[in-house]
Write a protein that binds this ligand. Structure first.
Ligand code: SF4
Length: 509
């Protein structure tokens, strides 16, 4: 038998399952969150879509979220196993999974901005190797997207924190840092999320260890009683903040808190927090060291049937939804108010970081008057001459804050769809020009892909698939008005309310 002849197919299966099928502990946590949310709120509507999306991803073996992140592998090998061969097999499997649309091409040259197209490149994917005394190889994988990766945060205590005051070099200071980390993520990291935390170490390794905590199951108990107590306290307190699903305001902010402590330098005291979103994708396999065949799945039992997550069909419609068909007029968008639910049917354009930077210096390739601009970097595959959408949820909008106001005013855009909301400059531009911000449900990539009737074209393809400007015809694309043309912002309101809730947790105990 050829040495490790099955390793490539085992790795491809690991990547496919990780991207498309949430592990049971995350499913259980999300089911609990959904069951305890107040019915008929924006947060419960968001959760309905999220649960449907989880089912759809399994049904179609499509990415749960279009942002499949920086693939990060943690490999344990018996002494004597050829790690170079495993690295080569991982690279091949990553490229093949990308070709099959299970991973989005996410590897961008940081100097030229060019997307490699196959998720390979310097330091991509990320691979950590350890030796161990066992006979089998263990390979764990986490796919953590950019929206939640951008909400990772590191504190150097003592420090002063918004709403919480001074955090000292003790467990009380650590508690404040973690609560602050959950609060600052709001909806931008697609709440409810989970945090992996490292107390101590140095800056670089602290982040590594924090991310490593995300490999623990959400329902385990920390073997260190002091840390177990802190984890339980954080879960209870963070879920009193009122962030809610997607930051819409609601009961759940956090589905997991996992903490490790590492020794530190006398002069340093870091608290490193890795924030992961509800689309918490991590799985693992054990493989036979001779054949490379899977001997066991970690985190799940493939023999156990999967429970369906959704109770109903996607977005529960009430009949009060406003149908928006572009091109939109100023009158149409001024009639909308924060909290309105809209169903977009018609033609829209995607545009994210590179498109926004481009439009600041160049005219758009299409007429954007009355248009809807969708902050989205989809997963696309070509079938003959026709592009097919494989995953297409919204990306974090706040990255476009430096550009959005100018683009709205200059080109006559009437609506922007994204997630997590935008800042004061965009809010002022919406009011001045007559435009709205529509919040889609972050991570609901399968749900939104199914609203796309046809890909009508693509512009600026030189930016790569996620960054190109895609021209789509959608039907029944559901979103919530969270910033209107009258100066109202649900995001600003929720941030203020949760800030007050955070302050209430600050008194020394
Ligand atoms: S669910 Fe949200 S934060 Fe998570 S990877 Fe998807 S877009 Fe990013």
């Amino acid at each position: 038998m050829k040495l490790m002849q099955f390793l490539s197919s085992s790795l491809l299966e690991l990547i496919t399952q990780t991207s498309t099928n949430l592990p049971p502990d995350v499913r259980a946590a999300m089911a609990l969150v959904s069951a305890s949310e107040t019915p008929d709120t924006q947060s419960s509507q968001a959760l309905s879509i999220i649960l449907s999306n989880i089912d759809m991803a399994v049904d179609d073996e499509g990415p749960i979220c279009q942002d499949t992140g920086m693939p990060t592998f943690l490999v344990h090998t018996p002494v004597g196993v050829n790690q170079l061969a495993i690295k080569k097999a991982i690279r091949e499997a990553v490229a093949e999974a990308t070709r099959r649309g299970k991973l989005r091409p996410n590897s961008v040259d940081s100097l030229t901005g060019v997307n490699s197209g196959d998720n390979l490149g310097p330091e991509t994917p990320v691979m950590h190797f350890e030796q161990w005394e066992q006979d089998e190889i263990e390979i764990k994988l986490i796919l953590k997207g950019g929206g939640c990766e951008n909400k990772n945060i590191q504190y150097s205590v003592p420090c002063n924190l918004d709403h919480l005051g001074r955090a000292d070099r003790n467990l009380e200071g650590v508690r404040k840092c973690i609560l602050h980390a959950v609060w600052q993520a709001q909806g931008q990291g697609c709440a409810p999320g989970a945090v992996g935390v490292c107390i101590g170490s140095d800056r670089a390794h602290g982040y590594d260890l924090a991310k490593g905590e995300l490999f623990r199951t959400l329902d385990d108990v920390n073997p260190n009683p002091e840390l177990a107590k802190l984890e339980a306290e954080i879960m209870e307190e963070a879920n009193r903040l009122g962030v809610g699903a997607m930051g819409f305001g609601g009961k759940a902010s956090l589905i997991g808190c996992k903490i490790v402590a590492a020794n530190r330098l006398p002069a340093s005291f870091f608290v490193s927090v890795a924030y992961d979103c509800w689309a918490f994708r991590r799985l693992g396999i054990r493989v036979d060291a001779a054949s490379g065949a899977i001997t066991k799945w970690l985190y799940r039992d493939p023999a156990r049937p999967l429970d369906r997550m959704a109770k109903g069909e996607g977005f529960p419609l009430t009949g009060r939804e406003v149908v928006l068909t572009p091109p939109l007029t100023e009158e149409m968008v001024r009639a909308l108010r924060v909290g309105d639910v809209v169903l977009v049917s018609g033609e829209i354009y995607t545009g994210r970081d590179q498109v926004h930077a481009y439009l600041m210096k160049n005219p758009p390739p299409v007429d954007l008057h009355g248009a809807i601009l969708y902050h989205c970097g989809p997963v696309m595959l070509k079938d003959g001459e026709q592009w097919i959408v494989k995953a297409a949820g919204p990306t974090t909008s706040i990255r476009e804050e430096p550009y959005q106001a100018d683009i709205i005013k200059k080109y006559g855009v009437r609506a922007v769809i994204g997630k997590g909301g935008m800042g004061a400059k965009t809010l002022a531009a919406l009011k001045e020009a007559g435009a709205v911000y529509l919040n889609g449900i972050g991570g609901a990539a399968q749900y939104y892909a199914r609203t796309v009737e046809r890909v009508l074209g693509v512009h600026l393809m030189e930016f790569g698939i996620p960054e190109a400007m895609w021209h789509l015809r959608v039907n029944g694309f559901a979103a919530i008005v969270t910033m209107d043309a009258h100066g109202n912002s649900l995001h600003a309101d929720v941030e203020k309310r949760t800030g007050e809730a955070l302050e209430a947790l600050a008194p020394p105990r």
